[in-house]
Design a protein around this ligand. Structure first.
Ligand code: LLP
Length: 463
């Protein structure tokens, strides 16, 4: 949403939450390709279509709310990352953004690897046929059972996050008669320009081993001494929803600096570095994300340059995009239940989901866009706030948005760019049932994660 001073002074209908004024977009029926999945358009009746199917039909068939995922867009984005990094690098899709067995199969087919961070994600990956050697296992507190399962399954790498874990993984692997490939996750001390809760490379937080004060070097020393593990590289993830490449530049500089120190001290050149994920996507028209080929070029150049000046062989690079692959490929389809104009303020539009299917607005103050998708409208724009059905006033899906003034109960609206961290962070708050994920492709739709039922809820409640 564009933030501009209002030429005629304050007017209630366009005062945003943060006190700025905003003009409504010129055409409320337009769908900005930056925030919508690739195959999204409108049909002759004005209904939004995706993968060749009108949302009105999808709502009839699968109900609302529902996450509608554009499979060909997902595959295209996955392929774009793969192609951009080429044969000398590895792309690990971060499963935490959204994981299902269908997604694992698509990734496998498109030549990507997978980053998992729990036993549940590992189980999903393996059950869908992802070869274990293409899986990286993450987490700051992996349980002994998770470590054993990961080592026994033969995952390609475990990313070590603490001194205790170095020993745990080494002992587990030795007990199983294996030598586990590992990386050490370090914090490089970068302040990523993103929300505090999703920044991960400053020192005062739970992930990784600090480079500062020599802790990372000490972790490397210990890892190199243990027979059960083979140290293959250093890992750094600086945060999430980042647009500015300078944080990666500093991170790469410091990771390469550590590789150089390791070479100088141990005579070992570690063959890999992982720069994590975190690349931002467009949630509103104001966001300008970079294309995978630009990111690949920038990261490769940084690492190559740093290695040349340190006289190191350039290590194999890996990256772990999650949001940038799945985020833009899905939207959440809601039915409007009530429309409540509050004089002098804004109009509250209640939908049949809310913070249980998208916690990001409440948790990170995230901004989203929204559009009327079951029809077009020429009505005057109204400043709206899209809220859910939960018993909480912070149950907001879209804080500030313009919707047509004739919006009415029964209309379908959709929130784009909800593919990442929405279904995967969904809850059952108020015993609301988690929505399905419906994949569409070439005029066909199929449920890849079904809607939860009351039976599902009651099955867990063993009384
Ligand atoms: N690699 C590691 C080690 C990570 O911790 C993460 C995300 C990723 C890769 C993928 O980051 P991405 O490319 O998706 O930004 N729930 C928050 C995001 C938390 C991210 C956690 N780690 C959100 O909804 O914004």
């Amino acid at each position: 949403m564009s933030r501009s001073a209002h030429p005629a002074g304050p007017r209630h209908a366009d005062v945003l939450t943060d006190g700025h004024y905003s003009a409504p977009p010129a055409d409320l029926n337009a769908l900005d390709p930056k925030v919508w999945a690739h195959t999204v358009g409108r049909d002759a009746d004005g209904a939004v279509t995706v993968g060749g199917l009108p949302v009105t039909r999808l709502a009839e068939e699968y109900g609302t709310p529902a996450y509608i995922l554009d499979e060909s867009d997902f595959r295209e984005r996955a392929r774009a990352w793969r192609t951009a990094f080429g044969a000398d690098a590895d792309v690990f899709y971060a499963g935490k953004a959204f994981l299902s067995r269908a997604v694992v199969r698509w990734l496998h087919e498109e030549g990507l690897n997978l980053d998992v961070c729990s036993g549940g994600e590992l189980a999903t990956a393996l059950s869908a046929g992802m070869p274990a050697e293409r899986v990286a296992f993450h987490g700051n507190n992996k349980s002994p059972e998770e470590i054993e399962r990961a080592v026994a399954a033969g995952v390609g790498r475990i990313v070590l996050d603490s001194f205790q874990e170095i020993v745990r993984v080494a002992h587990t692997a030795q007990a199983l008669g294996k030598r586990q490939r590992v990386q050490i996750r370090i914090t490089v001390g970068v302040e990523a320009h993103t929300h505090e809760f999703i920044a991960t490379a400053h020192e005062d937080q739970k992930f990784g081993i600090p480079l500062a004060g020599g802790q990372a070097a000490e972790a490397v020393r210990r890892a190199l001494q243990l027979d059960g593990i083979e140290l293959i590289g250093i890992h750094s993830h600086i945060g999430s929803q980042i647009f500015d490449m300078s944080g990666f530049e500093v991170a790469a500089h410091r990771v390469v600096g550590l590789l150089k120190d390791i070479r100088d001290e141990h005579g070992v050149e570690l063959p890999e570095i992982d720069l994590g994920g975190g690349l931002g996507i467009a949630y509103t028209s104001d966001d300008d994300p970079r294309e995978p080929h630009e990111i690949a070029k920038a990261l490769t150049e940084i690492v190559t340059r740093e290695c040349e000046s340190a006289r190191l062989r350039t290590p194999r690079i890996s990256v772990e995009p999650g949001r940038a692959i799945v985020g833009p490929t899905a939207f959440t389809l809601y039915e409007v239940g009530t429309v409540k104009p509050l004089d002098g303020l804004r109009t509250y539009v209640s939908v049949d989901g809310g913070m249980s299917d998208n916690i990001r607005t409440a948790l990170y103050d995230a901004e989203y866009s929204v559009a009327l998708v079951s029809r077009t409208s020429d009505a005057e724009p109204m400043l709206a706030r899209v809220v859910g059905k939960h018993c909480e006033s912070g149950d907001i899906v879209v804080k500030d948005a313009f919707l047509p003034g004739d919006l009415a109960p029964g209309d379908l609206i959709a929130v784009p760019a909800t593919g990442a961290y929405c279904r995967s962070m969904a809850s059952n708050y108020n015993h609301v049932l988690r929505p399905p994920v419906v994949a569409v492709r070439d005029g066909e739709a199929r449920v890849i994660v079904r809607r939860e039922t009351e039976e599902d809820l009651l099955r867990l409640d063993v009384g």
